[in-house]
Design a protein around this ligand. Structure first.
Ligand SMILES: C[S@@+](CC[C@H](N)C(=O)[O-])C[C@H]1O[C@@H](n2cnc3c(N)ncnc32)[C@H](O)[C@@H]1O
Length: 331
């Protein structure tokens, strides 16, 4: 794969090959199920990434504020405990909270390289260009890729790594695939690497539900964006305005479900798939789950992946957790 250089940053795009695009197969698979479903990674084209950033600023969306507060308080401790010289970030987005960690590693004198990974190429390019300016001497090696498929394609480590997965994104996996994913992350970790994981915690359902139903309607626009992506990329004729945004806390599963609910019975044609999809009035497409964690669930998931929980940092109200773990040593 030809790397593309942005000043001192190197970006490798793993998504360019035609066979790498899973959008068509995923949409075909998801929209022909009895319970229609779409994977959340397709929210994030340039517009979706912008909308996610706006979600982080709405008053109801506590996860970003809580995670940032935790990082502000404990970044120096994290830098000291891990001694990491490289920060590899899965689903890096705009890396706005990551800068707190990079600064702490810089202050500790260990920071050498930042390796962001995201499906959105705009994000990787913009973030890389900004960070080489903000941290003189920092090497940036970005990967435009899918962390579910490309974990083995990142640059080889050149020192102890802090592998960072923020924003509660781990909650977007269903429980069994979440544990499989953590196992795959553990397999790529060296003994000196540390995983820093952000997880949203179980709390009063009203607080959680408000966060996904903001009054300004930014989350609703973000939710509908997946239909714009499918229209553009697969020649579909979804009317995004004909679907209502629905988000509720599933108390049994302890996760948020985001759905798009058809306002009327109609048929959508998806040109690239030569597929007609029938919707009944009130029928839902599930577009995201966002699992909420207890400490027990977090520890059990990590343990089942062969990881040992070392520290859990939380905010003052225990709304969100950021944890450090390492690969369990063979005894
Ligand atoms: C919830 S946002 C979190 C962004 C940022 N880490 C934060 O904490 O604010 C999820 C990020 O992961 C990226 N993403 C989602 N699924 C992905 C996948 N399968 N592979 C790579 N990146 C993915 C999205 O593009 C987005 O930037």
């Amino acid at each position: 794969m030809e790397p593309l250089s942005v000043q001192e940053a190197v970006i490798v795009n793993q998504m360019l090959d035609v066979e790498e695009s899973m959008l068509g197969p995923d949409v075909l698979d998801g929209l022909t199920r009895t319970q229609k479903e779409l994977p959340p990674k397709y929210f994030y084209d340039a517009r979706g990434a912008e909308l996610f950033d706006q979600i982080c600023d709405v008053p109801e969306y506590y996860p970003t504020r809580c995670e940032r507060a935790i990082l502000n308080q404990y970044a120096a401790d994290i830098a000291e405990r891990t001694g990491a010289s490289e920060l590899l970030e899965l689903g890096s987005g705009t890396a706005s909270k990551t800068r707190v960690l990079l600064t702490a590693m810089d202050d500790a004198g260990t920071l050498r390289r930042y390796l962001p990974v995201d499906v959105t190429d705009d994000m990787i390019l913009r973030t890389a260009a900004e960070l080489v300016q903000e941290y003189p001497g920092l090497q940036v090696h970005g990967t435009v890729g899918d962390f579910e498929r490309h974990l083995g394609r990142f640059p080889a480590p050149e020192g102890p790594r802090l592998i960072v997965f923020l924003g509660g994104t781990i909650g977007n996996f269903a429980p069994a695939s979440r544990r499989r994913f953590l196992k795959a992350v553990a397999r790529m970790m060296c003994p000196e690497d540390t995983l820093l994981l952000g997880t949203d915690l179980v709390k009063a359902p009203a607080v959680i539900e408000a966060a996904y139903n903001d009054a300004q309607g930014v989350t609703a626009a973000f939710n509908r964006n997946v239909l714009h992506v499918i229209n553009r990329e697969l020649g579909a004729d979804f009317d995004p305005g004909g679907f209502d945004h629905v988000a509720f806390f599933n108390r049994e599963e302890e996760w948020i479900e985001m759905r798009l609910r058809a306002q009327r019975a109609h048929t959508v044609h998806i040109g690239a798939l030569e597929l007609d999809v029938e919707f009944a009035e009130g029928e839902d497409i599930r577009t995201e789950i966002s699992a909420k964690f207890t400490r027990e669930r977090l520890a059990a998931d990590l343990a089942s992946a062969g990881l040992e929980l070392q520290t859990v940092y939380t905010d003052a109200d225990e709304r969100f957790a950021v944890s450090l773990s390492r690969v369990k040593r063979a005894t």
